[in-house]
Design a protein. Structure first.
Length: 314
């Protein structure tokens, strides 16, 4: 039976949560403070943590950060419980590693759906021993959310592999970047559908939410030990060579080479595909955009190599 830890200082709210989850077949423990929660996770194994943002002794964000820093809880999905409905709080939670938010007062059906989904994903990752099956399963969950990106992750993986090979990478390293490409957008599972499929330009707040997906992708992939080497590529595929990208504004040689390769391939595939907000661009136009951005947005040498071999490879 999956076990859930409820970290909630309001006893009535905690009991309501426990009653709901017990009826669904879950076993639940309750911690009223951050101190109690830290003690309980050190002595019990949990499938999921429901964490109130407002606690009497420590903020939920600080406790979340602590959970993600500890080896025995870093892979446990954490859903933040909050009455806060501002974008900044949600972005902060996602960047610290939370899996989801549930707003107070709770919608019974939404709560159960989110708990079930995250426990199911965690159990799937633990049960599947074949890494390739895990990769394709995770990638498929994203493409089910956004039909405009169907096939995008597979193409980014395949083309990154081919480009890395042209750049002289060893076969084992090429396989790693292919896996990174396949999973680079998995964090979009935490981005609301209305943002992913919005037909027009995103607002500044919506774009800030969208920008959390590389961090979420890296957090999810931490649960697969054989993917540790590719996490930097996944996390930094939206950085720019001039340091004006995200999430960490890395620049130049500080930006992982694999992320620089993926950034070019990702941009190419995005611009040559239909999206909710625009039709695909002609290849000639995309060539011009990549060439003009070489040295500022993208690594010049990688762009030049990509454009040189693109017709023969893809």
């Amino acid at each position: 039976m999956d076990k859930i830890l409820i970290v909630e200082d309001n006893p009535d709210s905690a009991e309501v949560l426990r009653d709901i989850l017990v009826k669904e077949g879950y076993y639940c423990d309750i911690a009223a403070t951050g101190k109690e929660a830290v003690l309980m996770v050190s002595t019990s194994r949990y499938s999921l943590i429901l964490l109130d943002v407002m606690l009497p002794d420590i903020s939920g964000f600080s406790l979340l950060e602590k959970f993600k820093a500890e080896a025995f809880t870093s892979m446990v999905p954490v859903i933040l419980l909050t009455a806060l409905d501002d974008t900044k709080s949600r972005i902060k939670g996602y960047n610290l590693g939370c899996s989801d938010f549930v707003s107070k007062p709770y919608n019974h059906f939404e709560l159960i759906a989110r708990v079930n989904n995250h426990i199911r994903l965690k159990n799937t990752l633990e049960d599947l021993e074949d890494t390739n099956n895990v990769l394709y399963t995770l990638a498929a969950t994203i493409e089910a959310k956004d039909p405009y990106t169907r096939g995008h992750s597979q193409r980014v993986g395949k083309f990154s592999y081919l480009l890395a090979k042209e750049l002289g990478w060893k076969e084992s390293e090429c396989v790693k970047i292919e896996r990174a490409g396949l999973l680079h957008d998995i964090g979009k599972i935490g981005v609301p559908d209305y943002i992913l499929t919005k037909p027009g330009k995103l607002t500044d707040e919506e774009f800030e939410v969208m920008k959390t997906h590389p961090v979420l992708s890296a957090q999810i992939c931490k649960s697969l030990s054989r993917l540790r080497d590719v996490i930097p590529m996944i996390k930094h595929h939206h950085e720019r060579i001039d340091g004006n990208g995200y999430p960490d504004r890395l620049a130049g040689e500080n930006l992982p080479l694999g992320a620089r390769i993926m950034a070019v391939v990702d941009a190419w595939d995005a611009m040559t595909s239909d999206r909710a907000y625009r039709k695909k661009m002609p290849e000639g136009k995309v060539f011009e955009i990549l060439s003009s951005g070489a040295g500022s947005q993208w690594d010049r040498k990688i762009v030049e190599k990509f454009l040189k071999v693109k017709k023969n490879l893809f």
